[in-house]
Design a protein around this ligand. Structure first.
Ligand code: 5AD
Ligand code: SF4
Length: 492
């Protein structure tokens, strides 16, 4: 960062703002794994009688990071509150992937300003991917000076120390490491419910031209297999019913190991042997999705028949401009192989419309690919320029009206395909993990199939956490209704 205006104030030793240039440097140096994380004894009573609130935006990785922050705060004696007015610490764990997510955070900061005025001792912190962005940190420094603490994605484990610093400092505490640090094991985690997230790797080296993630999350670093497996075994022992393995690009797992040849397929094969009923993973990059992985997934067992495989576009020209490093043809070939090996697989995807310069014809190629691949569902987005990424500098002559219209047409197609896929289950009996009383309709219980489809049915709330068989009686675009056919025997 050379041209950034220096903040007027003299910030503490913790003033360490982010730099994209440093973030982009991918060193060969080894990533060290630390097993000795500890919260200093004198910090363990800091939060006694005090309340905290964390607002989380964005992906599951962020949700899981929040669970770790919750774990640390509770070890410091803080208690969770839903009521922000009662909180002594409020953290916004932010997402940088699209502009509208960022706008929401800045809107929220505006609201919190008045709370901070009423309660000057409140510690207001911003963390997550937005804090890794140079522009965001500058904007907070100049326009939101009531923020007490900014820290990044690489130094979450520093939260207890940084919080102490923020409580005692007169100035804003900013600590954002541009370059990824080591892997910190044994952070406390406060998990909820029946499902657990498990990080298997951090960062992304793909540098798709539209994406900010390789800058905000650093280079690819895989957790050691033994550490992941020990965590999954422990979750099984604790009775979790489902885990989701997390990484920005899980298919690159293990590529960074220099001492062992152990990849994602090997990890999945080892996890397949662990007694946890359902295993998911997200998110996949088609480029690294290999035959060995398909073979392991095809064995089934606890590996569910749902694969999320972001395609982003169906046009080879756009895929090239996105630097996705595969073609429409190779993607469809991969889909064919997956469907052949796992006949009842449910495929979902991510799609960006309105990439700079996307023509009508190129968009139509996305529409036809979606039809050919027969996705059961898709997350669809209008391209959002991210400062510092190569695509943000590309000429874009596509009017927003056209982009919106494309998104609508795509969403209609996705809904049509979802209904078509759901119809396959009409009258069938499916295994459902009961998640509890439905939030939208308290008359019903809500649960999910192995393929992550939502099912509503009537039954006692005491079934929560159990696997049951449900006969599908009504098929909708995004939901099934059904009747309980059988309750599985409780596992020992
Ligand atoms: N604009 C729009 N969508 C984006 N995504 C990532 N970056 C952008 C961007 N700049 C989408 C991709 C990715 C998903 C998590 O978010 O589809 O798979
Ligand atoms: Fe972003 Fe591409 Fe990495 Fe996914 S694979 S996080 S889209 S750079």
């Amino acid at each position: 960062m050379t041209d950034r205006k220096k903040p007027a104030k003299d910030y503490s030793i913790y003033f360490q703002p982010p730099s994209y240039r440093d973030a982009k440097r991918r060193g060969k140096e080894d990533v060290r794994v630390h097993y000795d994380f500890k919260i200093a004894d004198d910090l363990k009573s800091m939060g006694k009688g005090k309340f905290y609130h964390i607002q989380t935006y964005g992906c599951q990785m962020n949700e899981h990071d929040s669970e770790m922050m919750m774990g640390m705060l509770e070890e410091m004696g803080y208690t969770w509150t839903d009521n922000r007015e009662e909180a002594d610490v409020i953290l916004l764990n932010t997402c940088a992937v699209r502009e509208n997510a960022e706008d929401r955070v800045f809107g929220e900061l505006g609201h919190l300003k008045s709370l901070k005025k009423e309660k000057p001792d409140l510690i207001l912190g911003v963390c997550g991917c937005m804090s890794q962005e140079e522009g965001v940190v500058n904007r907070i420094l100049t326009r939101h000076q009531y923020v007490d603490l900014i820290f990044g994605t690489h130094n979450i484990h520093r939260l207890p120390e940084l919080l102490r610093e923020a409580v005692f400092a007169k100035e804003m505490v900013v600590e954002v490491w541009s370059k990824e640090g080591d892997i910190i094991e044994n952070l406390p985690k406060k998990r909820a419910g029946l499902k657990a997230w498990v990080n298997i790797m951090y960062g992304c080296d793909k540098f798709c031209t539209y994406c900010i993630v390789p800058y905000t999350r650093g280079k690819e670093r895989s957790r050691r297999p033994a550490d992941v497996i020990a965590e999954v075994r422990e979750l099984a022992r604790q009775g979790y019913k489902e885990i989701t393995l997390l990484g920005q690009n899980v298919n690159a797992y293990g590529k960074d190991f220099e001492d062992i040849d152990y990849r994602f397929a090997d990890l999945m094969a080892d996890i397949q042997k662990i007694d946890i009923p359902r295993v998911r993973f997200t998110t996949s990059h088609p480029r690294d999705f290999d035959d060995k992985l398909i073979e392991v997934l095809a064995r089934g067992g606890n590996m569910v028949e749902h694969i999320h495989l972001p395609v982003q576009s169906g046009s080879n020209e756009i895929l090239k401009k996105m630097s996705r490093k595969y073609t429409r043809e190779s993607y469809l070939e991969l889909v064919r192989k997956i469907k052949e090996a796992i006949p009842n697989v449910v495929l979902t995807t991510d799609i960006i419309v309105g990439f700079p310069g996307e023509t009508d014809a190129q968009f139509e190629e996305t529409m036809s690919l979606v039809r050919e691949a027969e996705f059961a569902s898709a997350f669809t987005f209008i391209y959002s320029p991210r400062e510092g990424t190569p695509a943000a500098k590309m000429a874009d002559d596509v009017p927003m009206e056209v982009k919106k219209e494309r998104l609508n047409r795509l969403n209609e197609l996705v809904a049509e395909l979802s209904l078509k896929d759901n119809m396959k289950l009409s009258g069938q009996t499916v295994e459902v993990l009961v998640e509890g009383v439905s939030k939208n309709n308290p008359e019903f219980l809500s649960g999910r199939t192995r393929t992550n489809k939502l099912v509503h049915f009537k039954g006692p709330a005491s079934l929560t956490g159990q696997f049951i068989d449900v006969k599908i009686t009504e098929v909708q675009t995004w939901l099934f209704k059904g009747e309980i056919a059988a309750v599985h025997a409780l596992e020992a």
